[in-house]
Write a protein that binds this ligand. Structure first.
Ligand SMILES: Cc1ncc(COP(=O)(O)O)c(C=O)c1O
Length: 426
């Protein structure tokens, strides 16, 4: 993508390039500080961030209680590499919030690591090799669940990922999402599948009408002793404090968490039922590697405990209603002015899609959005000109730091920008 933003580019002379999808050091503002819903650039420009750190900053950037807790702990140490009180208190708190069957935890340092560990544990517990995952999903950077299996989805564009030998994907089965054809494929591989991993709400296609589909996945998993892994790295502590599993009464074998529970520091967490922990760690004939230098460090545990304590006092209706407000203000404007876009989403998760047609999954979304790439780039560029830093992943989150007024202003700027981008139609 060519992000040639006009006004708001901080020109910094560098001799290096950081290769990271998330950063574009040449064509983006250079951020030097953050507070609440805003990021500040080196040139002093203040940007509203509707992505809130890929959803991780549900309380807002640089929350004072959390930064104070981090400051206090850092003087005592950020890493001990031994059992520590901080991780014990944090884990204790987690068990008060999560579904009661989850009493076993594996810590790591990112969501990507959590899903990687979860898949490994599922394979070890079942003694089976194959894993299944859904098109349009995202489980981070682990090789097993990246979408490079282009063939199955024929004419639909699926990005190719170079650097991942095809052999590594030999045991990964890509399934169509929100589509009953998935169950025929699952049944065909039922004796070989260790697990099925799914997000309760896909960031690429956020919606709340897939609960029956999730329920069917859960049922087929039980039927064939396939482990059901719920990836709650976005939805955990966001759809409600207990995440999707509690809100929608799901009974996964394994849940992965990340983002919010790090309080702004890197974290990944795999939570397991006793039964699964027994089948993987309890069986002394098996060795399932976990751990890592920074895993379960006292600093992240302190930040995590602090965020959980604060979230326990919050009413999630607040952020859900802000999400609803954003969707309704923008969608009603689009309808009134015949702008061919829509905002989809559920609770505090939303996304603008460049079609006003209904679709059931990312595959159909990609199909309907064909040819809108330049409009999408223009939209982001114009939003930046209005001091709104659009998230790279396109997922909009409302948080406890947002006010109603901020969301109304955001909706107005989205509406104005959409109007400008599609002005030839109106
Ligand atoms: C559902 C889901 N799983 C896993 C990940 C990977 O997490 P991380 O970026 O912390 O590695 C993400 C990140 O966006 C995610 O949304």
């Amino acid at each position: 993508m060519n992000f040639n933003f006009s006004k708001k580019i901080d020109k910094i002379k560098t001799n290096y390039i950081i290769h990271n999808n998330g950063y574009d050091i040449i064509n983006k503002p250079v951020i030097v500080s953050s507070k609440g819903s805003f990021l500040k650039s080196i040139s002093g420009e203040k940007y509203f961030d509707p992505g809130l750190g890929a959803g991780s900053q549900i309380l807002g950037y640089s929350n004072k209680k959390i930064t104070d807790a981090i400051k206090n702990q850092i003087e005592k140490g950020s890493i001990y590499l031994h059992n520590n009180l901080n991780i014990q208190s944090f884990t204790e708190k987690l068990t008060e919030i999560l579904p009661s069957q989850f009493t076993n935890f594996v810590y790591c340092n990112s969501g990507s690591e959590a899903t990687q560990r979860a898949l490994r544990i599922a394979r070890a517990a079942t003694g089976r090799k194959k894993i299944a995952y859904f098109h349009g999903g995202w489980h981070g950077m682990n090789e097993w669940t990246m979408n490079n299996d282009g063939e199955r989805f024929g004419k639909f564009f699926i990005p190719r990922e170079d650097g991942i030998p095809k052999i590594l994907k030999k045991h990964s089965i890509l399934l169509p999402y929100n589509d009953d054809k998935a169950f025929d494929i699952i049944q065909a591989y039922s004796n070989e599948l260790a697990c099925i991993i799914v997000e309760p709400v896909q960031g690429s296609n956020p919606r709340n009408d897939t609960t029956d589909f999730l329920d069917k996945i859960q049922q087929i998993c039980k039927r064939f002793d396939i482990l059901f892994i719920l990836d709650e790295i976005i939805t955990g502590f966001r759809l409600g404090i207990g995440g999707a599993s509690k809100l929608w009464n799901l009974y996964p074998d394994i849940i992965t968490y990340g983002k919010i529970i790090g309080g702004g520091l890197p974290i990944g967490l795999v939570s397991l039922t006793n039964e699964i922990a027994d089948r993987s760690f309890g069986d002394k004939s098996k060795f399932v590697p976990t751990g890592g230098t920074f895993s379960a460090n006292p600093l992240v545990a302190t930040a995590g405990l602090s965020v959980l304590n604060i979230l326990g006092t919050k009413d999630y209706n607040y952020i859900n209603q802000l999400g609803e407000l954003l969707r309704s203000l923008v969608n009603s404007y689009y309808k009134k002015h015949g702008i061919p876009l829509s905002v989809i989403g559920t609770n505090s998760i939303s996304r603008i899609v460049f079609t006003n047609q209904k679709f059931k999954n990312r595959m159909e979304r990609d199909y309907l959005e064909q040819g809108t790439q330049n409009k999408q780039i223009e939209f982001r560029k114009k939003m930046l000109d209005k001091n709104i830093l659009w998230p790279n992943n396109g997922i909009l989150f409302t948080g406890f730091c947002n006010t109603k007024n901020q969301i109304e202003k955001l909706a107005t700027k989205i509406n104005e920008t959409s109007h400008e981008v599609f002005n030839e139609l109106i």
